[in-house]
Write a protein that binds this ligand. Structure first.
Ligand SMILES: [Zn+2]
Length: 295
């Protein structure tokens, strides 16, 4: 597939119309339509901070979201996400003007991020130049990065988000991802959280539980997982542990096997292998299909 980049890393043309006319679709939706995992040399042109030879998870999304005031809606989501994951305030966002997120927070390196700026044409045309789907996908990228790092303990992880030229509400999120199973799980969890935020405006304790459970399983349960073990370790009720495991099962990270002769009815959860995830990846072309607008 030919490269069709036209922008510098982190740049954004923002010269397209919003993907969905205001009011055209009232029910927000995010769908993951394709996943790829591997080393994509060309991706460093989009973000020079990508470590050479480090694999990327590339998720293609269809986003149907047309808030009346998209910038305000994104700012509101940022606030809620910061309450859920305070570590987001230490991210170093290098998105283009108008798409910077968590930018009023203090950076991890001690530098203070600049206030979001809007170029003159952008400011003049207001939300007409702003792609809310791209902004939402970009927020999602940050949350996936934050979740992966909190689970694996990795200190650095880079990503970039771009809009497809060929489809107005299609976006690619690329994040560094050494462990495909963790990356896929964090993506699925983040999409679920965003759906909750968009539909009900809130995220609850159940979301945090699933991330804590993933962290524990990643570090302490290489094979079989039972709710009793998770509950004991984290000081949770079995019901709470079971709920978190069921959520992870829903993402595809765990598979289940119910004992046929065990009167307790305990579910046996197992981590799916990296090969299982590899086998489930789609083709979907090359991630360089995106790049018309990047954040
Ligand atoms: Zn960013």
């Amino acid at each position: 597939m030919k490269q069709r980049f036209s922008r510098k890393p982190g740049g954004s043309s923002r010269n397209g119309r919003p993907p969905i006319a205001s009011g055209a679709r009232s029910s927000p939706e995010i769908q993951v339509t394709n996943l790829q995992h591997g080393v994509f040399e060309e991706a460093r042109r989009l973000n020079p901070r990508f470590v050479p030879d480090r694999p990327l998870l590339v998720a293609t999304l269809e986003v149907a979201w047309a808030p009346r005031q998209p910038r305000r809606a994104i700012a509101s989501m940022e606030e809620k996400l910061l309450l859920f994951a305070p570590g987001l305030r230490h991210h170093q966002c290098r998105g283009p003007d108008g798409y910077l997120v968590f930018s009023s927070s203090e950076h991890g390196d001690g530098a203070v991020a600049p206030e979001p700026k809007r170029s003159a044409p952008d400011a003049a045309q207001g939300n007409e130049m702003y792609d809310p789907g791209l902004a939402l996908a970009h927020l999602l990228e940050h949350v996936i990065i934050d979740s992966q790092c909190s689970v694996t303990g990795e200190r650095t992880c880079s990503g970039v988000t771009g809009a497809h030229r060929s489809a107005s509400c299609r976006y690619d999120i690329m994040v560094e991802c050494r462990e495909l199973a963790i990356g896929c799980c964090c993506l699925a969890l983040a999409v679920g959280w965003f759906r909750s935020l968009l539909r009900s405006g809130s995220m609850g304790g159940a979301e945090k539980e699933s991330l804590s459970a993933l962290q524990w399983i990643h570090h302490h349960a290489p094979g079989v997982v039972f709710s009793v073990g998770l509950a004991r370790f984290l000081g949770w009720s079995e019901e709470r542990a079971e709920r978190a495991l069921a959520t992870l099962h829903g993402t595809g990270y765990l598979e289940t096997r119910t004992y046929g002769v065990n009167l307790s009815g305990l579910k046996e959860y197992r981590r799916r292998g990296e090969r299982d995830f590899d086998a489930g990846l789609g083709q979907g072309g090359h991630p360089s299909n995106c790049g018309a607008r990047e954040a």
